[in-house]
Design a protein around this ligand. Structure first.
Ligand SMILES: [Zn+2]
Length: 330
């Protein structure tokens, strides 16, 4: 049997020992090269784009720049205006956190990361959500498929688990809507066969139809299972349906790659995250899609990609100042 990619040498291009051995200056240089790749790491003022800046170190060692442009004179750091703006931990810890997160191919729990890095659980929890936000950048506006290409779509419910009552006489049929918590949501995936994916979250699978159509290029052949919810897709897309009661693949149609995405997300839910409900479900869904799409990419390339995404986008939407607003007060 052929060797699995993750067992091959090609999968291991970065090891944690290398990251931990980085000096502060080396970590800084890596971040500069990634953030300001067009200028080989030379500082670019985020306010006016000037390449001319004074640099000085704070007593804490933090490197700060001041723009020399007369009208600007803004102060900035390597992470100003990025996802890691106002970071507390050393930059090396951010690289290490991303590397640990990438290495756990089915997800990394924030408590385990806090033990790995010697940081608080809450700081790690926020940090991992920022890494997920960076991964989410990949899916903005993405459309899959194209003429002659094949895509698969499917949905699965997550969240809103209702614990069965202790005594038999108190138990209810948890399949019925009336006995559910109202927190259950449907993750829907659109995945090009042997290509890229896009996930989204909806109240129900039926609510996802317009979104699915908007994320698939014209001319794509779309595979879905026999669930009635997908019937509405055939008005705009060429469909192939597979009845899972009969077979998982009949040589014509199958949704196995969509299923393998859900398998990864479900394992992350059961093994690491435990409760994936509410507003963060989309982030977990995007994390699983990023991992699924990058499953044959070596870990060093993935760490660099996530760091790039984090440094080339604005501050966190979910967590900017979260630490100050929620955690210091708690
Ligand atoms: Zn400036």
């Amino acid at each position: 049997m052929a060797q699995h990619f993750l067992q091959s040498k090609a999968a291991r291009s970065l090891c944690l020992a290398q990251v931990f051995r980085l000096t502060d200056l080396e970590a800084e240089t890596k971040f500069r090269e990634i953030r300001w790749s067009e200028t080989q790491g030379e500082a670019v003022c985020p306010a006016c784009g000037s390449l001319d800046a004074y640099s000085a170190r704070r007593p804490s060692g933090l490197l700060r720049f001041r723009c020399k442009a007369k009208e600007c004179r803004k102060d900035f750091t390597i992470t100003s205006g990025t996802l890691f703006a106002a970071h507390k931990a050393p930059l090396r810890a951010y690289l290490a956190a991303i590397a640990v997160f990438i290495n756990e191919v089915k997800g990394k729990n924030a408590l385990a990361l806090s033990r790995d890095l010697g940081m608080s659980h809450k700081a790690c929890w926020v940090l991992l959500h920022k890494v997920r936000e960076a991964m989410a950048e990949e899916f903005k506006g993405r459309k899959v498929g194209g003429a002659g290409k094949v895509a698969e779509t499917d949905g699965a419910y997550f969240g809103g688990y209702v614990r069965p009552a202790n005594f038999k006489e108190n138990r209810r049929d948890r399949r019925l809507w009336i006995n559910q918590s109202g927190k259950r949501q449907s993750v829907v995936i659109v995945r090009e066969r042997n290509g890229e994916s896009v996930p989204a979250v909806f109240k129900s699978e039926g609510a996802a139809l317009a979104w699915i159509k908007s994320r698939i290029q014209p001319g794509t052949i779309v595979n879905a299972d026999e669930a009635g919810g997908w019937d509405g897709l055939s008005s705009k897309l060429e469909m192939k349906r597979i009845n899972h009661k009969e077979a998982y693949s009949d040589g014509e149609a199958c949704t196995n790659q969509a299923e393998s995405y859900f398998s990864r997300l479900r394992r992350g839910e059961m093994g690491h995250f435990h409760h994936v409900a509410g507003p963060y479900l989309l982030r977990y869904a995007q994390e699983a899609a990023f991992r699924e799409d990058a499953r044959r990419v070596d870990n060093g390339t993935q760490v660099r990609k996530v760091t790039e995404l984090a440094l080339h986008r604005g501050p966190s939407v979910d967590f900017s100042g979260y630490y100050q607003r929620h955690i210091k007060a708690a």
